[in-house]
Write a protein that binds this ligand. Structure first.
Ligand SMILES: Nc1ncnc2c1ncn2[C@@H]1O[C@H](COP(=O)(O)OP(=O)(O)OP(=O)(O)O)[C@@H](O)[C@H]1O
Length: 244
């Protein structure tokens, strides 16, 4: 798949000290589409997102967005890391977290503008978490915490959204809310890339998929990628997946 103004990954390779995590990954992620990264445990899904954003060094490759290197325009990207990478004991309220999403627009050590407060409040409303705004984040359920970080990403008013397993360990109601918002963001023309861990019915929410197992197995529309032979190559053995 090719798209003129989207994200393009060309021949990306990542090597941790002893582990070759990714080699020769080339794919495109198009605006206006909800794109999932799938693959078995240890396939390099998180590594792909982190390397794209320059959070870890890559040994080869070039990542561009809208024709320019992505790392030169990270102010256009909102990133939500895996929940295990967030310190949930940090003494911050829901509102504090959402307002952190406005720092790029406001600047450090400056007062938040009315525009910033409105954007943050709207983001919180959008994930249906307004009534929890003064609650410490450590006192929320897993699904509520994910919604807060999604709201923080929305408040950043980015063009590109990269979320690492935002649906891990959340209930069906929250999953529906989160997918709804991700689909709206895509429909608004944003580029939305999500690491996703299971092949159940929720996979049908994605328009496009990138299937990895340290190398690229397939990328394209959901139907193109979710074939028995692609999944066999990625996961090995017999794989149950939702083909709908
Ligand atoms: N900081 C690191 N140092 C060394 N090896 C690492 C590091 N981070 C990841 N790895 C290794 O790189 C490989 C890919 O890891 P990664 O976390 O990207 O996979 P993943 O597909 O996101 O896995 P999961 O589904 O289990 O979250 C794994 O073998 C992992 O052990």
């Amino acid at each position: 798949m090719n798209c003129a103004n989207g994200l393009t990954v060309e021949q990306l390779g990542v090597q941790y000290r002893m582990v070759k995590a990714l080699s020769d990954i080339s794919c495109s992620i198009c605006p206006g589409r909800l794109t999932g990264i799938i693959g078995p445990n240890g396939a390099g899904k998180s590594t792909l997102i982190k390397a794209m954003l320059g959070l870890i060094p890559s040994s080869t490759g070039l990542i561009t967005y809208d024709g320019q290197p992505l790392t030169a325009q990270l102010d256009r990207v909102a990133y939500v890391p895996q929940r295990s990478q967030i310190d949930w004991t940090y003494p911050a309220t829901v509102w504090d977290v959402i307002m952190m999403g406005r720092i790029r627009k406001t600047g450090w050590f400056r007062r938040y503008s009315t525009v910033s407060r409105r954007a943050a409040a709207a983001a919180l409303e959008r994930v249906d978490m307004a009534k929890y705004r003064d609650r410490p984040i450590g006192q929320l359920s897993g699904g509520q915490q994910q919604r807060v970080f999604l709201a923080k990403a929305i408040s950043e008013e980015a063009d590109v959204f990269c979320l690492d397993e935002p649906l891990a360990g959340i209930d069906k109601k929250t999953e529906a809310i989160v997918f709804n918002i991700l689909q709206e963001l895509a429909a608004d023309g944003h580029t939305v890339l999500v690491v996703h861990h299971d092949l159940g019915q929720a996979i049908t929410n994605f328009d496009d998929l990138i299937l990895l197992n340290r190398e690229l197995i397939a990328s394209g529309t959901r139907k193109e990628v979710l074939t028995g032979s692609n999944l066999q190559r990625a996961f090995g053995g017999q794989v149950n997946f939702f083909a709908g």
